[in-house]
Design a protein around this ligand. Sequence first.
Ligand code: GTP
Length: 250
Amino acid sequence: MTQSHFRRVVLKLSGEALAGRQGYGIDPAVVDLIALQIKEVVAMGIELAVVVGGGNIWRGTAGSAQGMDRATADYMGMLATVINSMALQDALEKHGVDTRVQTAIEMKEIAEPYIRRRAIRHLEKGRVVIFAAGTGNPYFSTDTTAALRAAEIEADVMLKATKEEGVYDSDPRKNPDARKFDELQYLDLLNKGLRVMDSTATSLCMDNDIPIIVFDLGVYGNIRRAVMGESIGTFVRGGGQANGREGDSE
Ligand code: GTP
């Protein structure tokens, strides 16, 4: 087993990450690449749980902006995350990675219900646990789901995969002078209005002392690098001692 900095991690993937270039739906080739990277991490003996968004299929906030009842739109988004979770499970199993999908909305024919202690047991047995259907409640994002599950299973870190290299002081797609932060504190995310995650998710991580690594999923191997504590992306934590990341004084 390779030495890593983090023993148990929650990986948050956006739904769009599964869509590839087409921008919607599921691109099996892209999901396959993600599965291969997850396989690599699990082979290192790291316990990995995954939360997938649903934005490649349906966005609750967009639906409600168009006049749909917010709770209904959010429930539709939760169902979208179940579809994505099944796609990821399928890809992982094709690569021989044991997985269990647990869903926050009961649908026994498709997946196990979310049971915290059982999820931890699966992780201890080296299975990848994919948490589907968000928190099971409307008005909560899948980022918040990832933070909540990370707290519940006592994960060492939340890995937030994005399309950018990390957190910037302005939108790097619009501003060529945008500056990337290597490190930030939770309060910076909240106070500077850096919209990487919603405030509920950030607050949950802050209150439970769960560091967040925001990194670019587009670079193959970045999941492993993040888990190994390499200095990629932006490391978000509290004001105290760094949580054992490479390059930090310990
Ligand atoms: P161990 O208890 O460690 O053996 O874990 P396990 O998940 O292998 O045990 P279990 O016998 O509970 O599950 C066997 C298979 O059934 C796994 O693929 C589970 O994901 C699946 N499974 C378990 N409970 C449910 C459920 O409520 N619904 C669905 N659809 N599948 C389930």
